[in-house]
Design a protein around this ligand. Structure first.
Ligand SMILES: [Mg+2]
Length: 298
């Protein structure tokens, strides 16, 4: 009981600094760092071979998928070509995808913790803790371009996609006012070029919103999107916004949406912040699955 209350309180703290929907850019870590230590999520994402392997695995699968598709996908051919961007009016229960016509191929990626690891910002966060600070994040966007690293596997993937003639497009909720610095961060990490309004779409671009569907639609007007990569479900569609964690989890693994993972939609790990965090004890552990140690004294 006390444990549940503590976990719920911890979840409450985690939720207090962010909006748990697709609009989130950053959120505070759930776990407090031990003295002089690093929160477990950061150890995993930034410090572990396991996370590096997961990321490399996602990018290898993405490149293989796009390569196979490009081999049979002829923009001048007569066969129908379908985007991996959902069409307006689509729902999670009944998804429909945009048609491509003869548009050239592109792959669309989120930036933070998808292509770029924000090591500088998170190192400060690990040391100082506290709630997510939007003003500090803005200062990070402005000054942190040389304190980032490419996600494992991302460099090879971006190079391979470009070599196949697939345009790499960045769709991020970084601020439009910091476009130049974000272009510089991507270039520094070896992932560029990125050009705002051309291959770089930032928060508020197109429709003034932080949800990414408007930008995805605009991209899909010009390009045939053959793959998308992200670390939050909002990097694929805004339809998950507003759902509680168990609903999001069920929808993500539903037959039709679930069939997209690894087949056009590719997810990168992020146990540090964002919409994947924030489920309560009850939402995380269904009551039928809970266990009590038989040795526990009553
Ligand atoms: Mg991200």
């Amino acid at each position: 009981m006390i444990r549940s209350a503590l976990l719920l309180a911890a979840a409450g703290v985690a939720l207090s600094g962010c909006i748990v929907d697709t609009h989130v850019v950053q959120a505070p870590p759930v776990q407090a760092a031990p003295a002089g230590g690093v929160p477990a999520g950061m150890q995993y994402l930034y410090g572990s071979g396991e996370a590096a392997a997961l990321s490399a695995q996602a990018y290898a699968a993405l490149v293989d998928h796009v390569r196979a598709r490009m081999a049979k996908d002829d923009p001048r051919g007569s066969g129908p070509r379908t985007s991996v961007v959902l069409a307006p009016g689509a729902t999670l229960a009944s998804p429909r995808f945009q048609s491509c016509g003869d548009k050239p191929a592109a792959a669309v990626f989120d930036v933070d913790e998808t292509l770029l690891l924000n090591l500088g910002y998170e190192s400060y966060d690990a040391e100082h803790g506290g709630a997510y600070d939007a003003a500090r994040w803005d200062r990070w966007e402005k000054t942190g371009a040389m304190k980032v690293a490419a996600v494992p596997g991302a460099l090879d993937a971006v190079r391979a996609l470009r070599a196949m003639g697939v345009t790499v497009i960045f769709n991020t909720n970084r601020a439009a006012a910091n476009a130049e610095q974000t272009e510089a961060a991507l270039t520094f990490a070896g992932l560029g070029p990125a050009r705002h309004g051309e291959t770089l779409f930032l928060k508020g671009d197109v429709d003034g919103k932080s949800g990414k569907d408007g930008r995805r639609d605009a991209i899909a007007q010009r390009w045939c999107v053959v793959a998308m990569g992200g670390d939050q479900l909002g990097d694929f569609t805004d339809l998950f916004a507003g759902l509680i964690p168990p609903e999001r989890r069920m929808a993500a693994a539903s037959p039709v949406i679930g069939s997209m993972w690894g087949r056009g939609w590719f997810v990168l790990p992020n146990p540090v912040y964002g919409t994947g965090l924030g489920s309560t004890y009850d939402q995380t552990f269904p009551s039928a699955t809970r266990w009590t140690d038989p040795q526990e004294k009553h």
